[in-house]
Design a protein around this ligand. Sequence first.
Ligand code: GDP
Ligand code: IMO
Ligand code: MG
Length: 428
Amino acid sequence: MALNIIIGTQWGDEGKGRVVDLLAAQADYVARYNGGDNAGHTVTVGEKTFKLHLIPSGVIHPHTIGVIGNGLVVNPAVLLQEIEMLRALGVDIHPERLKISHAAHLITPGHLALDAAREQARGAGKIGTTLRGIGPAYNHKAERSGLRVEAMLHPEEFEHAIYAHIEDVNQHLEKLYNAAPLDARKEAQIYTNYAAQIAPYIANTSALLHNALQNNTTVLAEGAQGTLLDLDHGTYPYVTSSNPTAPGAFVGLGLGANHLGRVVGVTKAFQTRVGEGPFPTETEGTTASQLRGTGANPWDEFGTTTGRPRRVGWLDGVLLRYALHINGVTELTITKLDVLSGLGTLKICTGYRSGENIYADLPLGPTDLNYEPAYEELPGWGENIMGTRRWDNLPAAAQYYIQRIEALCDIPVTMISVGPEREQIIQR
Ligand code: GDP
Ligand code: IMO
Ligand code: MG
């Protein structure tokens, strides 16, 4: 039937995993198309909480087939651990249910060491990466010296290739960064062992998905990170090294654009960011503490992958409009509306101020965010809305908040999430 794409419209952690889990009930395939285990997607089903980094969030539904597309960089150690974690939680992952693209790239301990060395060398100008080796692995891919997953199908050559790769990385570590070298022989053996375990999962996932779409199935593409972390369209250089935006799904899955169905933008009711980089609507003080939480609730704003406290602020309507245009979003899901309960007067950034002028759009996109936000104030509500399931039962101020987003961005909000659980959703 169609390829539906789920993307984050902000700086990641919008609740994409939770929304993918919801929509996967009606999908046959769920496919990740970008990034690696820098992602942390949380899905809560009853008593169980799944924190997924590489495997698509939709695999928790037993009828789905998970795909790791060619656009990813895969750390095999993390992948194998995640398969075990899912099995321990009762989700049976086996080669019939999970397919890994032969053309995805591998992350090695060499990439992890380079990520750490480069961040240290950047000093005050650091990006604040997740230190998962993402940038260096994509760097090798673009430089044409990367290791593709398909190399695992030829164990002897693979062992040599890993050995040569680690030796090469060691040159950089020692000579450029004065960092300790890695044991190339040991890593080559460890990776050869991973290869034997991962080989049964390797497939031509582009052909698989293409055929599936020809046969009238539904494919859900799960973006990792978010629009403002996109390598080309985000707050460069404070971005990740892949294309999380919706068009990235075509390249990252090896599919043509003719199959496109819905593009669902996932937007948190406020703004968060983890890592360095500009954040015009960032707030501090009491409002920030209330938005972030203390860590007592599982959904409080502390990174799923790194545990770092997330920076928080008011919803940025200027950046949201930008994200809708870059992705071609057809509908929005607003998550964490419940977190705004009891906050008093709310704000949405509707423009950027420069001297006497207020801009509704960004002249150079989000690369230059050196502006003062102009806010619209909206009434808050005190009620706990985590138990609300119908639009009509939301407090009038909560309805108004959603309606203002729709009007400011000219987009329908089709789902509103009021808690991390599957059923804590309001469909419109
Ligand atoms: P992702 O990276 O976009 O998948 O988002 P994360 O999983 O990193 O962060 C979202 C967090 O918020 C997770 O802990 C979710 O369980 C939680 N969450 C998602 N939607 C809601 C919601 O509507 N309300 C609340 N309170 N928590 C939510
Ligand atoms: P999900 O999929 C939030 C951020 C890092 C850093 C920058 C570059 O859970 O939304 P990287 O390790 O990718 O080179 O780091 O990108 N970052 C994320 N922030 N959510 C994510 O993923 C992120 N993945 C990377 O914090 O600022
Ligand atoms: Mg996350």
